[in-house]
Design a protein around this ligand. Structure first.
Ligand code: HEM
Ligand code: FES
Length: 779
């Protein structure tokens, strides 16, 4: 039916228009994808929030506004970063708003010839170059920067410490990273003033959406920036014996002109002048903005400065200074279930990936105790991962430490609006106003500045010292040698929320053990775990069961989830044996709450050895079957799992023999069907008397690393400045996986299947070692 001609509504049917939009592969574009606008103010104000809908419902979508596919989930973003052959970085510095002819002419008039640098170079050239230019970023070289950074921080703070009010961006966070960057590069710092102006033009030119008129002015500034950078480079090249990374690069250019090409030097000179400091300035301002607007987090680092390195990672996760980066598919492929054609361009939305609830528990919360905060993707991932990350981290840590020491009482000036430059990728407030009462400055009160509170090592933050305090609220006997502990937050900050399958590490009396969360029971906001007292164990469970009483203050790390429910499964079979019921019960609760079809099988020797039995029977009647040996009912896995097909999901937690039997049964099942959790790896602990040293050759970076018998491969890699992520540290989670190019592996993890081990292509660096004297890795 046609609408009457005089109908008083907009004649354009927007929904129909959106429905008519198609991606280049012919797929319809949803209304929300059509409305996605990375140049609208909301994008910069809260980048993760604007695509929450996408993370939840349409994780990879085509944006007609950009002409890019936007990738929003953690696993997809990481997978694309990881494969730099299938997903070329060549578009990383391309103008996202195509230049008009007039703009091109202006740029040409300045001799502008921006080409490949490092971040947008393809293989094999990229790695050959990166290898030659890596030395300056090694931890032992970076140590020289610690004191200059601290001295600068003090000098700048001296200027405003007695004033009671400051714009931290203008008065400190812009200039110090710039000074350090220039020093690192070897560039004299006269003319630095102009650079800010230029860097803004470069950002808008590359990642912004200026109008045709604005583009003209920007093009002139970019042209001037290019010429300034070339002038600096020419001076340096005329006398190439100075110190700094660009001097190293010039010398490597003379030694290897085909790898460190002149075109590279010219393009890099301009790109790095912006990249080496804007990223850090913005990240610092974002971190202070985040911590000061979550006052409890700020108070926490004031009370416990050892938390600062992890606080920096958490701030980079929730408020990174690079929020989206680009790649292009080199052949037809699929990302997150969506077809991407050869030449298809991808916007990897790091800010969204960093807020993905399937990787970070309670992701919207600023949690300085988060164990996997360091897994954020703000520095990218894989072969192109930021080379300067440790300089950035070092500056942020020192700035925070100096403020915690000298101005712990600063507050954000209330009511200020934060402004951000409109662009897809760089994010940081243009001003950050804080105020304080100088009469309360600790150095006035004590007549001198307090001593340095914490020193930090270079690199990712240590795992020790980030655990949170909890109080044992209740301890309930659950059966023979089984105790249920109810744990409550020790302070006023509530415990983070968690998802079914999560576990925590309980830390007390020098012991640290993993336990699954099984619910909050009658105590909302608390955690419940069940500990089985193991007479012959290493002593942790005995200590917890025998000595912990209500009121005791202990520590826990986590929660972390390595055992998630795939809610898309059509039917869920939950298998628990013994104490393995704890995560399984939480999963059953969740499936019940969602109204999804599930069955729960719980095996045990006798009723008195089976924890949480009452809850299983009461809450899951009709779904639960008990298999109790003492009553003649054993769990017959082949019979239970006869009907398994590709849409079934089987979750199991129990002793190794249960998992081994399931792995054999699952050999012919599709990969996604079986999920299981081990709680300990007996052979992950390093016993130097039984190990042998070996050599790890890193094919991509050209490094050779000796792994002594007292070190894990992961430790040796990290000591050499190679960032391999680590989560569990004991072969349970897969975070530290590295690709093997040669050499036999002594696999000690619980992640890889038998077939994967035989293929000898992957290993877990935290626990597995070379079987022989040498292993070759793609790193
Ligand atoms: C690459 C972020 C500081 C030098 C990158 C990439 C990102 C990034 C997202 C691309 C990664 C990829 O494609 O996988 C950051 C952030 C910083 C920071 C958030 C501060 C908090 C620095 C500093 C320097 C630097 C201080 C130099 C002194 C580089 C270089 C690359 C790079 C040379 C190219 C690496 C390659 O392609 O192999 N950075 N960066 N960055 N960054 Fe940084
Ligand atoms: Fe978890 Fe190595 S860090 S498997």
């Amino acid at each position: 039916m046609t609408a009457p001609a005089n109908a008083s509504r907009c004649p354009v049917d927007h929904a129909a228009m959106a429905a008519a939009l198609k991606s280049p592969t012919g797929c319809p574009v949803s209304a929300r994808a059509a409305a996605f606008d990375p140049f609208a103010p909301s994008y910069q104000q809260n980048p993760a929030e604007v695509v929450r809908w996408a993370r939840e419902e349409e994780p990879v979508f085509y944006s007609p506004e950009l002409g890019y596919w936007v990738v929003t989930r953690y696993e997809d973003v990481k997978a694309v970063f990881r494969d730099n052959l299938l997903f070329s970085p060549s578009v990383a510095l391309e103008k996202i708003t195509p230049a008009t002819g007039e703009v091109m002419d202006i740029l040409k008039s300045y001799g502008f010839a921006m080409n490949r640098t490092m971040v947008n170079e393809d293989e094999p050239d990229h790695m050959a170059r990166r290898r030659l230019l890596m030395d300056a970023f090694m931890p032992e070289r970076l140590m020289d920067y610690e004191q200059p950074i601290r001295d600068l921080a003090r000098k700048y703070m001296d200027r405003f410490v007695d004033k009671g009010r400051a714009d931290l961006v203008a008065e400190m966070f812009y200039e110090i990273p710039l000074t350090i960057a220039l020093h690192f590069l070897g560039v004299p710092d006269e003319g630095a003033e102009q650079l800010r102006h230029f860097a803004v033009a470069h950002t808008l030119n590359t990642w912004g959406r200026p109008t045709a008129q604005e583009q003209l002015e920007i093009a002139h500034n970019v042209g001037r920036f290019w010429q300034t950078a070339q002038g600096i480079l020419d001076t340096m090249m005329a006398k190439p014996d100075g110190e700094g990374w660009m001097y190293d690069s010039i010398r490597q250019h003379h030694a290897h002109p085909d790898i460190v090409t002149e075109s590279y030097l010219r393009s890099m000179m301009m790109a790095i002048l912006a990249a080496a400091h804007e990223t850090t300035s913005n990240a610092t301002a974002n971190a202070f903005m985040t911590l000061l607007s979550h006052r409890e987090a700020w108070e926490e680092i004031c009370a416990q400065p050892a938390l600062i390195p992890n606080a920096v990672e958490e701030c980079l996760r929730v408020a990174g200074s690079i929020i989206a980066w680009r790649r292009m598919a080199t052949r037809d492929t699929v990302v997150g279930g969506v077809e991407i054609p050869k030449g298809g361009k991808l916007l990897l939305f790091q800010a969204s990936a960093n807020a993905d609830a399937s990787h970070f528990e309670d992701p919207d919360r600023v949690d300085l105790h988060r164990e996997n905060a360091v897994e954020h993707l703000t520095f990218g991932y894989g072969a192109h991962q930021c080379m300067g990350k440790n300089i950035g981290r070092m500056q942020m840590r020192i700035f925070l430490e100096e403020f915690v020491r000298r101005l712990p009482h600063i507050r954000l000036v209330e009511g200020q609006q934060f402004d951000f430059l409109s662009n897809t990728s760089f994010r940081g407030p243009s001003a950050l106003w804080v105020q304080w009462d100088p009469l309360h400055n600790p150095e006035r009160l004590a007549n001198q500045a307090p001593a340095v509170l914490a020193k930090f090592q270079i690199g990712p933050p240590p795992k020790d010292g980030i655990a949170r305090a909890v109080v044992v609220k209740d301890k309930i006997a659950e059966g023979e040698g089984l105790y249920r502990f109810v744990l409550a937050a020790a302070g006023t900050t509530p415990l983070p929320t968690w998802t079914a399958g999560s576990h925590i590490d309980l830390i007390a009396g020098g012991h640290r053990r993993k336990y699954s969360l099984c619910g909050a029971g009658a105590h909302p906001g608390c955690y419940e775990i069940v500990v089985q007292r193991e007479e012959d164990g290493r002593g942790g469970s005995r200590h917890f069961c025998d000595t912990l009483q209500p009121g005791a203050e202990i520590q826990l790390a986590g929660p972390k989830n390595l055992f998630r429910i795939d809610e898309a499964g059509a039917h869920h079979i939950l298998l628990a044996a013994g104490i393995g019921i704890t995560p399984i019960l939480a999963m059953a609760d969740r499936l019940k709450a969602l109204g999804l079809p599930y069955e729960l099988h719980y095996a045990g020797r006798a009723r008195q050895n089976m924890a949480l039995l009452d809850r299983v029977l009461k809450d899951h009647a009709g779904h639960a079957t008990l298999h109790i040996k003492a009553e003649g009912a054993r769990m017959d896995l082949p019979a239970l799992l006869q009907q398994v097909d590709g849409s079934t999901r089987v979750y199991a937690c129990g002793p190794d023999r249960l998992i081994a039997e399931l792995e054999t049964l699952a050999e012919h099942w599709p990969e996604a069907v079986l999920r299981f959790e081990h709680f300990s790896t007996d052979n992950a602990a390093l016993d130097p008397s039984k190990e042998h040293a070996f050599t790890a050759e890193l094919k991509d970076s050209g490094l050779t690393i000796e792994v002594p018998r007292h070190q894990t491969l992961l430790q040796a890699l990290q000591a050499a400045g190679v960032d391999v992520p680590c989560d569990c540290g004991e072969g349970l989670c897969g975070a530290c996986e590295v690709q093997v190019a040669g050499g036999d592996i002594d696999h000690r993890d619980k992640v890889l299947s038998k077939t994967e081990r035989q293929a000898n292509q992957r290993m877990m660096a935290c626990c597995s070692r070379a079987a022989g004297e040498r292993v070759v890795l793609f790193l």
